[in-house]
Design a protein around this ligand. Structure first.
Ligand SMILES: [Ca+2]
Length: 434
């Protein structure tokens, strides 16, 4: 059809060509969304109901278990009350057990725990001691199994663990002695005055021992035989400082060095007060926040020639024959506490180095006897530090610090009156005269 010449074409208005209406489609999406939301809500409700039902079941189970536990407690308490008369025994036995070995304490604490009322602290101690006792038994079983298959290294490791948890444990000492004989331990030193050989830990003749306990403090020490080593670090070592220049050092006299850092309990025994920041960790946490001059006083009061190690003695013992950045396997985390801002840790929890020393890397820094200064250029014997300095050396890194601070060669220094809550100590008792 031909349109008049003055009229516009109207093809855009032909009904069949119009786009679909928009409003009805939008409504469709809306209702679909609502449906999905409703479904999701129903799903959540169902999950919530299932969780609630399970929680209810758990509560019922817990209540039943608690009732059974309390009945058992009551039965045991009745028996003990019958045996010991009244509940005051609980406190009495805790007091009596305080100075005894761990196994005795564990036994007493377990019984005392049944005989409520104990304080919360006493109850916590009781649980910890009981746990240690159980753990000791398990570890000793493992050690016996290792002995049966001739794996003496495992025997030694497990027996050391058992002895740590229960110092007076006779089977642990026997296994230690047997493993020392099989593996060949370090040569023993002459037991100094005021110290006793740790029974059956490599004692070869009366008056000679590779491990001793200092009686006044209860500090256990390991004999470090004389020898030579390269002190300092190679220039290739990551994190190395300029003051770690390598040089040959000879240690001409054997000495006994603390197996662990001095603990808060040991410090209090001599000094009467606990200066540590981290008291809550327990009595076997390392003492810290001690000045160098206070460490001198501690050693003097403890007697028997106790002293701080020289820096050379410290590094010699820390390396225990190794030349890398860290002793042992070279893995810091197996041997030391680092990068942990929260707290110090009870001594001796990680692996010892090859000479049986714990926490040489990390936990708390350890004061040395020396004045700080540059190392001598050539080989030296029994060096004792700089001739003059306003600083004393401390070593080993801390629980709150990067790995590089915990390296065997890393040095640090402060004034002797300076206080730092992450510096503690480890002590030397010179070996007796042969
Ligand atoms: Ca340390």
């Amino acid at each position: 059809m031909k349109l008049p010449e003055n009229q516009e074409p109207v093809t855009a208005f032909i009904p069949g060509e119009l786009p679909p209406p928009l409003v009805p489609a939008s409504r469709g999406h809306f209702w679909a969304g609502i449906s999905l939301l409703l479904l999701a809500g129903l799903g959540l409700l169902a999950a919530g109901a299932a969780w609630g039902w399970r929680w209810h079941q758990d509560q019922q189970w817990l209540a039943a278990e608690k009732a059974k536990y309390e009945a058992a407690l009551s039965q045991v308490a009745s028996g003990l009350l019958e045996q010991y008369g009244d509940r005051s025994w609980a406190r009495e036995i805790l007091r009596e057990a305080a100075g005894k070995d761990a196994a005795t304490r564990a036994c007493a604490y377990s019984k005392a725990c049944y005989l409520l009322p104990c304080t919360v602290r006493e109850a916590t101690d009781a649980k910890r001691e009981a746990d240690r006792r159980t753990a000791t038994r398990v570890v000793l079983q493992d050690a016996e199994a290792a002995k049966a298959r001739g794996d003496w290294q495992t025997v030694r490791t497990e027996a050391l663990l058992a002895r740590k948890w229960a110092v007076g444990n006779v089977p642990a000492r026997r296994l230690l002695a047997e493993s020392a004989n099989a593996l060949g331990g370090p040569p023993p030193g002459r037991v100094p005055g005021g110290c006793s050989p740790i029974p059956m830990s490599g004692t070869v003749a009366s008056g000679w021992a590779s491990e001793i306990v200092h009686e006044a403090t209860g500090i256990e020490l390991v004999y470090i035989a004389p020898g030579a080593f390269v002190m300092g670090s190679p220039v290739s070592e990551a994190g190395r400082e300029d003051d770690e220049v390598q040089h040959q050092v000879t240690i001409s006299n054997g000495f006994y060095l603390g197996r662990c850092e001095v603990t808060q309990e040991q410090w209090v025994r001599i000094m009467g007060a606990n200066p540590s920041e981290f008291k809550g960790v327990g009595d076997d946490a390392p003492v810290e926040q001690v000045r160098w001059v206070e460490c001198q006083a501690f050693c003097q009061k403890a007697g028997n020639g106790m002293r701080l190690p020289t820096e050379a003695e410290w590094e010699y013992a820390c390396r225990a024959g190794t030349t890398g950045a860290y002793a042992g396997t070279g893995e810091l985390d197996t041997m030391g506490w680092a990068r942990d801002k929260r707290t110090t840790h009870s001594v001796g929890q990680k692996e010892p180095n090859a000479w049986g020393l714990y926490d040489m890397h990390g936990n708390v820094w350890e004061w040395c006897a020396d004045l700080y200064g540059p190392y001598p250029a050539g080989a030296v014997t029994d060096p004792e530090g700089a001739a003059a300095s306003i600083y004393r050396v401390y070593r080993g890194g801390r629980h709150f610090g990067c790995d590089q601070m915990c390296r065997s060669a890393r040095r640090n220094q402060r004034g002797p009156d300076s206080l730092n809550w992450r510096v503690g100590l480890r002590v030397v008792v010179p070996a007796g005269q042969p």
